[in-house]
Design a protein around this ligand. Structure first.
Ligand code: MN
Length: 488
């Protein structure tokens, strides 16, 4: 029972009232999973317990923790949704059902089933975003224990799906640490040689940086305190997969501008901006990489000032300056609402998700334009959760779009209606071709006219994203139909 005690202890710190219900959920899951073992040979209950632990680290509400404990009962035991609703409550039953894979598709191949389940769980976010949080916690523990999976082919497939779907999803929800862990675990299984190489490189750099690091922290404290600015400073590094991706664009690990990161937590927003002045007095800024995410938050609500400076011994160093509240958002993303209001956190989370997280709209669009489940997963991988670059929309708002897309793709991403009537594109003040490839920090304006000729086959060959392609095809089909249907 020692493991359960750890969970109870963790939850007691922020929600002591939840303990009886959690204990009951554990007992229920324990009995249901009795005699089941994981591939590692350990009792099955350890898995839901670990998932609940991850959720407790996010300070999840009582129902979410219980659902974490019960998450495999409908799928892997004789439990029904009704039973959970009667024994616990409707809310927990909905959460558990939400993460349960559909199994009655046994006629079809595994891949087809998998795509159907992925679509189901992603669309469930519209009802309750907590379902996807539980799914992410489940995936984290499955990846932590992936070494025990005997089927190596399955190991690869899980890793691929994790790095393509679940890790970007976690990052879009602001769950940065979970996203990085999922990426790095998958990276290890997908390309262990490359993984070990990056690991060794990072280790080497960190060792040679050790002395400078202490000196930088000391110098920062000194100059800030001398000017009545109080802060706490922490040091961190990029994830291994993130480093790997950045190394594709630069030959030397020393050229990565945000590998060595110092996080400065300040008292208030004014102090954040003020500290910048003194940091730039200490170290010359590499202006190209200055970012004000306080004035222009990232779509996942992340806020911070970023400045890369030329540190000692030719090291590039990134300073991230933010308040304690912003740090909370950095660590917990959308789940920070649980910290702000335990009682109503879930409702606030859902409201914010529906209204503020643009990628959710993209998932709904993907669902609308997808012809099949595999189509849906492909749009998700290629468009919605692919690597992103920041650009400015017409109003100067910083938004994120997929890397390497064209102006046509951009227009369809913003609004299919607008795109269908597009007559011109202005990027950074100049007219460009529709085939123009969007670059980071471009300012883009789409000009439309209701009397435009509309998309043609050439657009189809230019567009890169499935969303744009499907919308253009749809338009052409409609247009073709209206021509052939002419009564004369
Ligand atoms: Mn599970």
């Amino acid at each position: 029972m020692k493991n359960l005690d750890l969970l109870l202890e963790k939850v007691a710190k922020y929600n002591i009232n939840a303990l009886p219900l959690i204990r009951k959920a554990y007992d229920f899951a324990y009995v249901k999973h009795k005699n089941q073992t994981r591939e590692s040979g350990e009792p099955y209950i350890n898995h839901p317990l670990a998932v609940a632990m991850i959720l407790a680290s996010l300070q999840a509400d009582a129902n979410t923790i219980c659902a974490g404990l019960l998450h495999d009962t409908i799928e892997d035991t004789d439990t029904s949704k009704e039973e959970i609703a009667c024994e616990f409550n409707e809310d927990i039953a909905i959460l558990v059902e939400g993460v349960t894979n559909v199994k009655n598709l046994s006629l079809f191949a595994k891949d087809i089933q998998n795509n159907a389940n992925l679509r189901k769980v992603l669309l469930s976010m519209s009802k309750d975003v907590r379902i996807i949080i539980i799914k992410l916690a489940d995936r984290v523990h499955n990846m932590r224990t992936l070494e025990y999976k005997k089927n190596l082919d399955k190991q690869q497939k899980k890793s691929r799906e994790t790095i393509k779907i679940y890790a970007p999803l976690a990052k879009q929800l602001g769950l940065y640490d979970i996203g990085v862990e999922l990426e790095d675990k998958s990276f290890f299984y997908l390309d262990s040689e490359e993984y070990n190489q990056i690991l060794a490189m990072q280790k080497g750099l960190l060792e040679s940086f050790e002395e400078d690091k202490s000196k930088i922290i000391e110098d920062l404290y000194t100059i800030l305190i001398d000017n009545n600015l109080f802060c706490s400073i922490a040091f961190k590094t990029l994830g291994l997969y993130e480093t790997y991706k950045e190394l594709m664009n630069s030959s030397d690990i020393k050229n990565i501008h945000d590998l060595l990161e110092f996080v400065l937590i300040m008292d208030d927003i004014d102090s954040c901006y003020l500290s910048l002045k003194y940091i730039h007095k200490l170290y010359k800024p590499y202006t190209k990489f200055y970012q004000d995410y306080i004035a222009q938050p990232k779509p996942n609500r992340y806020q911070s000032l970023h400045t890369t400076v030329f540190g000692p011994n030719e090291n590039l160093i990134q300073m991230q300056i933010r308040t304690a509240f912003m740090e909370k958002i950095t660590k917990y993303g959308i789940t920070a609402f649980w910290h702000e209001d335990l009682e109503n956190g879930s409702k606030l989370m859902q409201k914010a998700f529906d209204e503020q997280y643009p990628f959710y709209q993209s998932i709904l669009n993907a669902n609308k334009s997808a012809k099949s489940n595999s189509d849906f997963v492909k749009i998700l991988e290629d468009d919605v959760l692919s690597e992103k670059v920041p650009v400015y929309n017409n109003e100067g708002k910083l938004i994120e779009v997929s890397k390497n897309i064209t102006a046509i793709d951009y227009a369809y991403f913003i609004s299919p209606f607008l795109a269908n009537h597009m007559v011109g594109v202005i990027v950074n003040g100049s007219f460009v071709d529709f085939s123009y490839e969007i670059k980071p920090y471009d300012k883009i304006r789409i000009i439309s006219d209701i009397n435009s000729a509309g998309p043609n086959c050439e657009w189809l060959s230019v567009a890169k994203t499935m969303l744009a392609k499907n919308s253009i095809k749809e338009y052409l089909k409609r247009k073709g139909q209206s021509l052939t249907r002419s009564p004369w």
